[in-house]
Design a binder for this molecule. Structure first.
Ligand code: SIN
Ligand code: FE2
Length: 210
């Protein structure tokens, strides 16, 4: 085998509704390196508290890296090229892109890394990720810090759902038939990880948005 042949794609620890879960695929040291890189992203593009189009405050705080970032405000939700304060988003760190290359398969390069910060009380209601132009491209979700109870359902609202705890270093891929499934975070488990000095959870979702 030549040195340049890509590493064989890993097999997921489990699949849930067709979403592939790679448990602790990111070793501790690499988690710390990613966290440091995200710290730099947050210094350049501070976390902000989004509101829904109806004006309801979301409990997570967000920012993005990449050519476009995801924002939600009274004008609705959308990808845009500037942080709400009017500055470009920082580049997606190589440490994060490396995870995409390990698990995304033959996909295009992501142009958005959404950073979600969950404090002890934060949650995220069931939703679809469907603002991206090409829905054949996967969404890769990286969990860092406190564990979170992830719920996944169906391509339409309602029906039975399944839940799984996501822990620091876990990576979940929503692709193929799982790409448009409703999903959300019911709660986090405060104190379950020492990775973030202040506690809490950071979720990174890599998307091909445009
Ligand atoms: C999301 O669906 O945008 C976030 C999922 C998560 O926090 O794990
Ligand atoms: Fe999502």
């Amino acid at each position: 085998m030549s040195k340049t042949s890509p590493a064989a794609p890993p097999s997921p620890t489990l699949t849930i509704r067709g979403a592939a879960l790679y448990r602790e695929i990111i070793p501790q040291a690499a988690q710390r390196a990613i966290l440091e890189d995200i710290g730099e992203v947050v210094r350049q593009a501070p976390l902000f508290a989004p509101v829904t189009a109806r004006g309801k405050p979301m409990s997570v705080r967000m920012t993005s890296a990449g050519a476009v970032g995801w924002v939600s405000d009274r004008g609705g939700y959308r990808y845009q090229a500037l942080h709400p304060r009017g500055t470009p988003w920082p580049a997606i760190p190589d440490s994060v892109l490396g995870i995409w290359h390990r698990v995304a398969g033959p996909a295009r390069m992501p142009d958005c890394c959404l950073v979600n910060h969950y404090g002890a009380e934060a949650r995220m209601g069931l939703h679809q990720d469907r603002d991206e132009a090409d829905l054949t491209q996967p969404v890769v979700s990286i969990s860092l810090g406190d564990a979170a109870l992830f719920r996944i359902g169906n391509p339409a609202r309602g029906g039975k759902t399944e839940s799984v705890w996501l822990s620091s270093g876990d990576v979940l891929v929503l692709g193929g038939a799982a790409r448009l499934l409703y999903h959300g975070i019911d709660r986090i488990r405060p104190g379950s990880s020492a990775l973030l000095p202040q506690g809490g959870r950071i979720n990174l979702t890599l998307r091909v948005a445009r």
